[in-house]
Design a binder for this molecule. Sequence first.
Ligand code: NDP
Ligand code: HSE
Length: 454
Amino acid sequence: MPPAAESHPPLRVALLGCGVVGTQVARLLTEQADDLASRVGARLELVGIAVRNAAAPRASSVDRSLLTEDAEGLVARADIVVEVMGGTEPARSLLLRAIDAGAAVVTANKALLAEDGPTLYKAADAAGVDIYFEAAVAGAIPIVRPVRESLAGDRVRRVLGIVNGTTNYVLDQMATTGMDLEEAVKEAQDLGYAEADPTADVEGYDAAAKAAILASLAFHTRVSLDDVAREGIMSVTAEDVAWAAQTGHVIKLLAIAELREGTSAGTSVGAAAGAPAGVSVRVHPALVPTSHPLANVRGSFNAVFVEAESAGELMFYGRGAGGAPTASAVLGDVVSAARHRVLGGKGPQESTYAELAILPASAAVTRYQVRLEVDDRPGVLAQVAHALAEHGVSIEAVRQPTAPGVSDVAEPGVAELLITTHAAPESALSATVAAVAGLEPVRTITSVLRVEGA
Ligand code: NDP
Ligand code: HSE
């Protein structure tokens, strides 16, 4: 049991940022002050809130006397620094300054961690202080701690996640209301899910940053944003969404990190001929069968599906964005760091001992659904099938759909084909698609979508 809060001097908490998340962190620190003190064994005293513009209007719950534009000065007088300002600079310099001064740090800044986390981890290690970042991945959902600590005795094989609330909201709205992409993005921004610049969400950068963090933790290997193969949702059309429904799928933006041991080991995840060993980390829209648990993750909710050797399949689900949910994760970290200040001890360090190879995007192995328009005459399907076979891509199913309202191929003599493949390396698929597109009876390749979670 922690000592009575009165027996330990208060811990000074500096808050960097008072936007969507910071406002809620400040509110919870104030409203739950007594409970937090009892849980920690010391009072958590909010000593200042750094913002860009101290004169700007704020929520009524914010104590304006705490606002300051002098972030450096604030950091110098704190035991715990909470960074929820976002961006790379000055966030990085402020956190390094805090660490150098011996403060524990808590951050929700996945962009910074994915770009330059190791600099911060090393500095924290050298200074012997905590660095916590639960809110940086999937908002309120406890996923960093489970992967980093609870599964530390297991062997994680795959992490498959919906880790961006904005794009999940957008894709869900497109599927359920027929809303267009721009309209749905605007709604997500208004609801506080989207980043200040929603490009980070819709182009997949935000999910890629989270994928890099999760992959680093899961595979004890340093993975940065540049290591993540990334595609956003901007090319997903209403027709793709309708087609997905017709074939028993939903489209989700997935973050995937998987361990591949190569075919020689005989146990690889997504094994395919000639697949190299290492870690594949990618973010892209994918068709997910409606029977998969991730297919039912609606609205701005996030979920992370983890496959571990001994634990088996685990699913973590909850709110991945928004002020209060994210503040909950931040506060959890603040309590952990504060307990260490009171009781001694330190949180886990960065673990990179495995140093696995990061595989290029071309080595990713998955199934595909290819939609194309072809001349409707005998022998065309055989030609297409031959092109796939020549590139070592095996066909699982072919459909020539006629679904009204979905297949909008009205031109006489033109047929639409929907080909689902077995798992194949990305490189083989790209070569196949190029070859098929060059066939004389092929009018157009309408879409190529990966199928995951089958
Ligand atoms: P906001 O844009 O809403 O808030 C940013 C805050 O930081 C503002 O108060 C701003 O000041 C302040 N700030 C920005 N730059 C500076 C600077 N140079 N000096 C001083 N203060 C500065 O961001 P969010 O609250 O949405 O996000 C914060 C962090 O949390 C980001 O890293 C984000 O990725 C992460 N996150 C956000 C989630 C969400 O749902 N929003 C979910 C999970 C993580 P001012 O108010 O004066 O402009
Ligand atoms: N913009 C992010 C999202 C916020 O939509 O999930 C949480 O990181």
